[in-house]
Design a protein around this ligand. Structure first.
Ligand code: AHG
Ligand code: MN
Ligand code: MN
Length: 331
């Protein structure tokens, strides 16, 4: 094979490190910092993966005894995952600040020269941790807009999702997968525990344009608006199947692979919806669009929402393009 064709091939089985390096070669002036940052995230993911897999044996299941900024009970693994990611990103030096579901305020990482800022949900689906059901990690990477060398504040994070430089998730499921995009398609890597490495397993993921899965917590049906109830009824009338795990990453990943729509509408119990715009909705919206799917809050594409606070919530409808369009026709 010529050098050029080796570059283009990126075969299934290539290790994540090599994949990142080859992708970086596509950008002659890239400094390598984003590549290193992605490696840091993968490293934290490996550590957390090990802790999740052993959690039943190590006494790290159950509640930690504190509430987070949203008033939700923190699980021990929520707190551990939050620490692991902060450490990995701090040690890397590319990230000047993070926001996390588990932290009230912006955390400056004592790396003021870091070009990037990261929004993360260290562990998503925490109600599923103790019952051996799939959970995940979500991350969004932005370039910081304030002067390098100064402290980062909330304003740096008030960027639309469309400004994301990269985003991804790690799914701790029946296998562990890292799925990410840098705005040039979506690639998925499967973790091989005996080798301690992620390998490309799902190159250039495309979300089916349509599908027959709808994913929503139907226990809240009576609290939903009429338009959402009508859409759900339409899914039933069309003979769709219902699938809802209660871990956004896992529900999204299944629909990404098979085609479907996930929805967490605003409702009488949660007027703004439940999911957080900056570290849940935006990352998955970026991946959905990059894979040919769509994401909306019911009025505008999720990636075009102008954020006004760190922990703001947004309704989310995300999945196959035709299904999101169908949902919008009910609005
Ligand atoms: P987290 O554990 O990070 O707080 O997120 C849980 C989220 C999301 O993963 C899931 O889809 C949703 O909450 C489930 O909410 P309901 O239990 O209200 O359906
Ligand atoms: Mn979450
Ligand atoms: Mn979480």
């Amino acid at each position: 094979m010529t050098e050029q064709s080796t570059k283009l091939a990126l075969p299934v089985g290539v290790a994540l490190d090599r994949f990142i390096k080859r992708k970086q070669e596509d950008f002659p002036y890239a400094s390598g910092e984003l590549s290193q940052l992605l490696r840091d995230i993968a490293l934290a993911g490996k550590i957390i993966n090990g802790e999740i897999r052993r959690s039943g044996l190590e006494g790290i299941e159950g509640p930690y005894g504190t509430d987070n900024v949203h008033g939700e009970k923190q699980q021990k693994l929520d707190v551990i995952a939050n620490i692991r990611f902060q450490r990995a990103l701090k040690n890397g030096g590319e990230v000047s600040a993070i926001i996390s579901e588990e932290e009230d305020k912006v955390i400056n990482l004592d790396c003021p020269n870091g070009k990037y800022i990261v929004a993360m949900d260290p562990l998503d689906g925490s109600s599923n941790i103790d019952v051996n059901v799939s959970i995940g990690t979500i991350f969004s990477i932005y370039r910081r807009e304030s002067t390098i060398g100064t402290d980062v504040d909330d304003r740096d994070f008030m960027q639309k999702g469309r400004s994301q430089v990269a985003a991804g998730y790690i799914l701790y499921g029946s296998s562990t997968m890292l799925v990410y995009t840098t705005g040039r398609g979506v690639n998925g890597f499967t973790y091989e525990p005996s080798l301690g490495e992620f390998f490309l397993s799902h190159p250039n993921i495309r979300m089916p344009e349509s599908g027959n899965i709808y994913s929503v917590n139907e226990g809240y049906l009576d609290y939903f608006d009429q338009s959402d109830r009508d859409f759900i009824q339409d899914c039933r009338d069309k003979g769709f199947t219902a699938r809802y795990i209660g871990s956004l990453v896992a529900d999204f990943h299944r629909n990404l692979m098979k085609g479907g729509i996930y929805m967490y509408p605003s409702n009488k119990k949660s007027p703004e919806g439940k999911l957080r715009l900056l570290y849940e909705c935006n990352a998955l919206a970026f991946i959905a669009e990059q894979a040919g799917g769509a994401a909306t809050d019911g009025f505008q594409p999720t990636l075009d929402i102008d954020p006004s606070s760190l922990h703001q919530r947004a309704p989310l409808y995300i999945g196959s393009k035709n299904l999101v369009e169908s949902l919008l026709s009910f609005k």
